[in-house]
Design a protein around this ligand. Structure first.
Ligand code: 0RA
Length: 411
């Protein structure tokens, strides 16, 4: 390496320094949450390859030395020289902040707290080692605190698999609360990603035998060909469903894909809550979003209409409320995929794209109505349960009002 820096290199170094100085601006926090986000960032890049149709398998290995390795069988990060930076494309992706990695083929996961870029992960790592298999070559390069400490080397590979493997150790100088990864945190997240990408195989291996107190690694594989239908079945595995089949609705318009799986179940004492999980481009929208509101309204309308059709609800009765239809034994997963997701809110997990709202509303109103109209008994049971919840709620309010009145009469 030379000791005279070009203008481009100076910019790279300044960028890395900015990330290391104010890591929270890039990854939200340096608590365990931020630490785990480093891994999600790499996994998201591999998921992008899966969404584009090139990757079928992702491995996450927690290593005994505190590092983690993410390996995928995608196309591999391109290694040719990038005209703008003068370095390999690979090095640019790993060192230039905001480097726009790929052309817009397919849907990017880049949204919310993810999508900060591999250069940020690299800058916050004590070291990072990348290996790319591409064009019958194995390329590799090593970085320390974001700076390349070797040049990109290539050697011929006898076989012809393609893919990317990134191994890194978070920098303990940055993550002052510790750099120990939690397997359960990854397990939850990776399982979710596997449901959202049906057929994709995700393997989580914990090789930290000392932490495990075991002589063999802990390996978990997530692969769900049934996608979000399997997710709802899993979420409902310990409740009694009101109807056997999981309702599945799918549609797309103007490049926006919508997929919904849901199932009502019998109420018992301890599950009178709703589980409505929304994802936009595989990112969980904890804070909801326009499309989740649209979904709730559409479901309320359909169930109310069924109630009226079957004479369970009077024509003058108002539309059933969200808490009656959706918080009484209902589980739903709704996954939307769209080209330009816009997020908002404190954790950037609320999707605000207005176009998604109308698509979800019309799709659910049409498809759910058709589904339930064709299944009179199922529809009746769903409407009945919601109406009973409404009446129980009204009884509770009435009883409380009466008690209050009686209390006041004492004085
Ligand atoms: C830029 C362009 C292409 C792929 C990738 C980046 C890529 C990044 C990561 C990170 C982890 N795994 C990855 N796999 C791929 C497109 C490649 C092409 O056009 O051949």
């Amino acid at each position: 390496m030379t000791n005279t820096y070009s203008a481009d290199q100076i910019q790279v170094l300044q960028g890395l320094e900015a990330v290391r100085k104010r890591p929270r601006m890039y990854i939200g926090s340096t608590s365990p949450r931020g630490l785990h986000h480093l891994v999600y960032e790499i996994v998201d890049n591999a998921i992008d390859e899966a969404l584009a149709g090139y990757c079928t398998r992702i491995e996450v290995d927690l290593n005994a030395d505190g590092s983690v390795t993410v390996t995928d069988n995608g196309r591999g990060i391109p290694t040719k020289i990038h005209p703008k930076t003068g370095t390999s494309f690979l090095e640019a992706v790993l060192t230039v902040l905001c480097f726009v990695g790929r052309s817009s083929d397919g849907y990017k996961v880049s949204g919310g707290i993810h999508g900060v870029g591999l250069a940020v992960v690299n800058a916050l790592s004590e070291w990072l080692q990348v290996t790319v298999r591409r064009q019958e070559q194995i390329y590799s390069q090593r970085f320390e605190k974001g700076i390349a400490v070797t040049s990109l080397t290539a050697k011929p590979s006898p076989e012809n698999p393609t893919g990317t493997s990134i191994c890194f150790k978070p920098d303990a100088e940055i993550f002052k609360n510790g750099i120990q990864f939690d397997r359960d945190t990854f397990a939850l997240h990776l399982r979710q990603l596997a449901y959202l990408n049906p057929g994709l195989k995700i393997i989580l291996t914990d090789n930290r035998l000392q932490i495990l107190g075991s002589s063999s690694p802990c390996i978990e594989t997530y692969c769900f060909p049934g996608g979000i239908r399997e997710y709802v079945a899993y979420l409902n595995s310990n409740v009694e469903p009101l109807h056997e089949d999981i309702i599945y609705i799918q549609g797309d318009r103007d490049g926006v894909q919508v997929e919904i799986a849901c199932q009502w179940h019998f109420l018992n004492q301890d599950n009178s809550y709703s589980r409505l999980l929304g994802f936009a481009n595989c990112v969980r929208n904890i804070d909801g979003g326009t499309y989740l509101n649209a979904f709730q309204l559409a479901v309320r309308r359909v169930v109310s209409a069924i109630g009226r059709q079957q004479g369970k609800l009077k024509n003058t009765d108002p539309v059933l409320m969200g808490n009656e239809v959706l918080e009484c034994g209902f589980t739903a997963v709704i996954a939307v995929k769209l080209p330009n997701p816009e997020f908002e809110g404190p954790t950037k997990t609320r999707l605000v794209n207005p176009e998604v709202q109308e698509i979800v509303k019309s799709l659910v109103e049409k498809e759910l109505m058709e589904y339930l109209t064709a299944r009179r008994e199922v529809a009746g049971a769903i409407a009945q349960q919601a109406i009973e919840a409404r009446d129980a709620e009204a009884e509770t309010l009435k009883a409380r009002a009466l008690r209050r009145k009686q209390e006041l009469q004492k004085y």
